[in-house]
Design a protein around this ligand. Structure first.
Ligand code: MG
Ligand code: MG
Length: 272
């Protein structure tokens, strides 16, 4: 069942999303060679609680931490640990927060120091595919339109699109209907309607789309051990068009990156 949100509820969800956005921005300041994912996890938990929210993942389905931390060939759901990140790593950080009864949930894959050009390209293409997918989240389109757009964009670059893990509706539950796969067929699946809120989250592998699950019951890794990237935004359907509730602006501010990708997206969304 798809739970439609009122304008007021969407504004509350924006608050939850922004707490996650700011948490990721705070983390960006600390991602350097030598830091451990457990140290980053503590920073995130403190930041979220200091801002009147509760970590969204901690305890959810018994997940043990605040952040899902998935370096390099890990796709998603990695558990923070005491191993230091090293120069050339990438680290996908997925973060959730609960405030006023609503969840925010988004993700960004960070480079650690200098990374290989081919890995940089994976991050760039995966992030671009996120916006390509979000553009399809508009009135009268369907779930398959978003998945098709993401899949086509990434496969054109020779990358593998993970099948087993998908985006989702978002609200007073972390995972609501509909499921939002990153693959699909045009015109198939549930129709998008005003007031829907979804988390769109391409998980894209440099090599094969196939994955394996670790014995810890959580960590997912690429089958060929090549790198994987993950970017996620929270998006509401307002006036028939996609509206970003989350932002990467705090990350860019922390890293000193000039980016107009979200402004560009908003301009484009006006004419969708
Ligand atoms: Mg997430
Ligand atoms: Mg999600």
């Amino acid at each position: 069942m798809i739970v439609i949100k009122t304008r007021e509820e969407i504004e509350l969800m924006r608050e939850s999303a922004l707490i996650v956005s700011k948490t990721l921005g705070e983390l960006a300041k600390h991602i350097t060679p030598g830091v451990t994912t457990l140290e980053l996890d503590k920073i995130a938990e403190e930041y979220i609680r200091d801002h009147g929210a509760v970590p969204g993942f901690l305890g959810l389905y018994d997940f043990p931490n605040t952040l899902c931390m998935s370096p390099n060939s890990q796709v998603v759901h990695g558990i923070p640990n005491n191993e230091p990140l090293v120069e050339g790593d990438i680290i996908s950080i997925d973060c959730g927060a609960l405030k006023h009864g609503f969840y925010g949930d988004h993700a960004y894959t960070f480079p650690v120091g200098e990374i290989a050009p081919e890995t940089e390209k994976l991050l760039k293409v995966t992030k671009a595919s996120l916006y390509t997918g979000i553009r399809e989240f508009k009135a009268n389109n369907r779930v398959g339109d978003v998945g098709y757009a993401i899949q086509k964009y990434c496969e054109n670059h020779g990358y593998g699109v993970v099948r087993e893990l998908v985006g989702h509706g978002l609200g007073s539950k972390m995972h609501e209907d509909p499921e939002m796969p990153n693959y699909g067929r045009r015109g198939r699946g549930k129709k998008f309607v005003e007031g829907m809120v979804v988390a769109i989250e391409p998980m894209i592998n440099m090599g094969t789309h196939r994955i394996k699950q670790h014995k810890d019951g959580w960590t997912i890794t690429t089958l060929d051990n090549k790198p994987s990237a993950h970017f996620e935004h929270d998006v509401a359907l307002v006036d028939g068009k996609p509206e970003l509730l989350s932002t990467f602006a705090y990350i860019y501010e922390a890293l000193g990156i000039e980016s107009d990708e979200e402004d560009e997206f908003r301009q484009e969304a006006l004419i969708l």
